[in-house]
Structure formats: C-alpha cells, structure tokens
Design a protein around this ligand. Structure first.
Ligand code: ADP
Ligand code: MG
Length: 297
C-alpha cells in the first residue's frame, strides 16, 4: 500500500522517540508499504519564538504568522525539525530525503482566511505537483515533507505556514495514497471515559466536538481526517498511537487507534476517488478550503 504518515511534534522531540518512529517506518517498509512522511512542529516553533522574543499571537486558536514568525516557521520546520528527522531515519537505515513545498514545486498555497480573518502568512494547500515525490519513491527514497510552502505565483514573498494535519489530506489525494495515518501521542480518539473509539463517522465527530469530548489539537486533526476521507473515500484514514515499533503496520491493520468512515455501516457513500497520478508526471490539483484551528499542528 502507498501510505501517507503525518507525524506530530511529540514524536520528534526526543531522540529515543525519533529512533522508535524510524524503526516503525522501517518495519512498514519491510512489510512492503510505500511511505511518505509529513510533519509539523508547533512546540519547536514556540520554543525558538520564545528564545528570540517573538511574541506568539493567536486568534480563535490559530497562530497569527507575521513576517518574523514566518521566518521562524520556515527555519524550524524546513530546517531543524525536518533535517533532524531525516538524520534519525538515516541512522536506522531508512534512506530519507527532506523536502519543503518549494522543492520540485511539490505544493504551493493560498492564504488561509477562515471566516475572512487575516492570519498573516498562514496557508492552505492550493496546488500539489507530486512529480518529485514520485521520482524519489521510484528510486527507493522516503520523502519527508515539511508543510511550509510559497504562495502560488508569488516569487519573492515569505513561505507560508500550513497546519500539517490540514496539509496531509491534499497530499494523500494527489499521491493517490491508499492510506493516511495521523500518528499522535494518545491511543487514538478517546471517549469521555478515555476509552479508544475504534470507528468514527462525521456525525459521531460532530457530536464529540459539541459535547467537548474532543478538544485542543484533536479538533483540527479529526476535521482534517474527515476532510481527507471526503476527498479520498476509498482510503484508510486513521488516528493511531505513535508508540511501538509496529505503530504503522498495526494502524494499517486497524488493530489500534481510530478509523474514520463516511457512514456507520461501513459503506463509503461518496463518489469514487480520483485515479492515482501517473508516476513522474507533474499533476496539478486545485484545492478547496479546509477547516482547522491551529496553523502549525
Ligand atoms: N477526545 C480526545 N482524544 C484524544 N486526545 C484528545 C482528545 N481531546 C483532546 N485531545 C488532545 O489532543 C492531543 C493531540 O493533538 P496535538 O497535541 O495537536 O498532537 P499532534 O502533534 O499529534 O498534532 C492529545 O495529546 C490530547 O491532549
Ligand atoms: Mg496537532
């Protein structure tokens, strides 16, 4: 299977966690899966911002990304976080290459303005060109993608900050991936008694949000999972625990975590997915708006 894996900031903080993650990735590749990684790094952005005295500002949960913050986001996500993850993968014997949206024009963004609110340099994916990712996969490399990218048609402006959960869906679709796994620091989506919910429909998610059982970073993640499933109805979309050397294979087998479905009976009632883009060919996918309430998740 072709699998897009979104990695949360918590899995990238400590060397031991990065090594465990790299072993899980190696195990999934050994089982025959073709992987692409997308990562965030909100905690790392916050740390450097604090050190540089750049004051973080939020509006309705979204990080307002002014000029200095946009510089920090590019340097942290496209630099330290991306390169450190690539190094951990290499050390575990996984041939990895780090990319941003600019590399190969892999993706570009338009300004993300929820309800018309100006958040600065916050983007949502507008165009995906998977040619470079396809080329790397064909050569046996693991692409590791930081969700920072230029704005479409803007040659000199700042890179925009894209919430990694929100960016994962458009990439899944453009790559024709069979599965999208959000690796995180819980056992999946938990109910009020903290039991893992094995399956969720859009109606279940709306009820969990209304009742406050889903909060904080789980809100944009669940919304992004549903949006991705809406666009790729045949894909296996799940939020799964990152821990364990079998995290990815267990997530794909639905042995752990929370799987998303469009309907309760398991029938996928949306239209058939687009065919996978031809390998090595630039394929542009226009994007629609996505919901979410953190800009660097
Ligand atoms: N119902 C829920 N089930 C699981 N986690 C939840 C729930 N509601 C809120 N959360 C919080 O969401 C967090 C995961 O989101 P986030 O911190 O953004 O991580 P990531 O780096 O994976 O994006 C969990 O650590 C937990 O604190
Ligand atoms: Mg998050």
């Amino acid at each position: 299977m072709r699998v897009l894996v979104k990695i949360g900031g918590a899995q990238l903080e400590r060397p031991a966690a990065r090594a465990a993650l790299a072993r899980a990735i190696r195990a999934a590749q050994a089982a025959g899966h073709e992987l692409v990684l997308v990562h965030g790094g909100g905690d790392q952005i916050r740390r450097l911002s604090d050190r540089l005295g750049v004051v973080a500002a939020y509006r309705e949960g979204l990080r307002i990304t002014d000029g200095p913050t946009a510089e920090i986001v590019l340097q942290v996500l496209g630099g330290e976080v991306n390169r450190t993850l690539v190094r951990s993968l290499q050390e575990q014997g996984v041939p990895a290459v780090g990319l941003t949206g600019a590399d190969g024009g892999t993706f570009s963004v338009k300004k993300h303005e929820p309800d018309g609110v100006d958040l600065g340099f916050v983007g949502e994916v507008e165009t995906v060109r998977p040619a470079l990712v396809e080329h790397l996969l064909a050569g046996g490399w693991l692409p590791v993608i930081a969700t920072v990218a230029p704005r479409t048609g803007d040659a000199d402006g700042p890179f925009h900050n894209v919430n990694a959960d929100m960016g994962a869906g458009p990439l899944t679709r453009a790559l024709g991936a069979d599965a999208l796994l959000f690796l995180t620091d819980t056992d999946g989506v938990l109910d009020a008694e903290r039991n893992t919910l094995p399956e969720l429909t859009p109606a279940d998610c709306a009820a969990l949000e209304r009742s406050g059982v889903i909060s904080a970073g789980m809100i944009p993640k669940v919304r992004a999972a549903l949006a991705a499933l809406g666009e790729c109805p045949a894909a296996h979309v799940a939020i799964v625990p990152a821990a364990g050397d079998d995290a990815i294979t267990a997530g794909l087998a639905a042995r752990r975590g929370t799987r998303f479905r469009l309907a309760a009976d398991g029938a996928q009632r949306a239209p058939a997915p687009l065919p996978r883009a031809a390998a090595g060919r630039a394929h542009e996918t226009p994007r629609e708006a996505h919901a979410g309430d953190r800009s660097d998740g």
